[in-house]
Write a protein that binds this ligand. Sequence first.
Ligand SMILES: C[S@@+](CC[C@H](N)C(=O)[O-])C[C@H]1O[C@@H](n2cnc3c(N)ncnc32)[C@H](O)[C@@H]1O
Length: 298
Amino acid sequence: MKGEWIGLSRSGSNPPAEREIELVCGDSSCAKLNGAKFDAVFTDPPYFGNVQYAELMDFCYVWLRKLLGSEMPEFAKPSTRHENELTGNVNMGRGLDHFTEGISRTIRHAVAKLKPGKPFAFTYHHNQLDAYIPMAVAILDAGLVASASLPCPAEMGASIHINGTGSSVVDTVFVCRSTGSFPKCWLASDAVGVAGIVKRDIDELAAGGLKATQGDIRCVSYGHLTRLAIWHLRTTWNMKRPVKERMKEVQDWLAAFGGVGAVLTSLEKTYSQAQSEQKWLMSGMVEESTEREDEVSF
Ligand SMILES: C[S@@+](CC[C@H](N)C(=O)[O-])C[C@H]1O[C@@H](n2cnc3c(N)ncnc32)[C@H](O)[C@@H]1O
């Protein structure tokens, strides 16, 4: 969007440009969204069960709460755990259908305030294609089309636990709209067609300095398959059915397409000869040595 900026005040602008910002700590599926309709919505939702945010955050929260608990209501509660936290969590009985219902409710809530044709964009990544089904259902429920699924390197700086594993460091940025257009070359009617789209992405990531691993290639493929499932199911989609039925329709479409297996097979050497694990070093990161240093005992 030409001239768009985000912030409280625009640095260097004359006369100074200012805006109102509202930060809310709460469940986004029922947040009060007052005021004018949105020009865009950008979000980074939970990636199903990848991270247990509240369990993890409680370690920091107990300290922050000591400092801020009496002044700020957001820090008053004894824990960050919340009944409406939207994650997959087997122990709490929160499976894929629970996640689907929650993410669908949240996206529909935001999209109800979005101007027609404007972008609803979010990032997503997961090692299993099944974890993309909730996102496809939610986008279809909201009456949107995924007009782009763009691979975007992420994670690396913060997630050293991914190094040496088969996980991906590439998120997909999904851009969804109620109406608009996208390049015809992003459509595919079979696995060979999707493989061609994925191959172009892999080449572009390589040109940008990221050598995609097998895990990365799988995630890039999941993104395109999800986008295409939404495209093909949009005209007959009926969101009034139970969540399990809606999920099954997406799952069946993906299976009939050959799943990710068909795409990876069609990618041939691009996939089979890619590295199976992440092997990168952050700049400034010291590689651990197995040799003992010359040490001083005390
Ligand atoms: C992928 S993370 C986003 C991380 C964020 N982009 C950042 O850089 O800190 C997803 C976030 O959604 C939050 N979340 C989970 N359920 C939610 C809900 N019902 N409403 C609002 N946020 C929720 C999680 O606590 C987590 O912070």
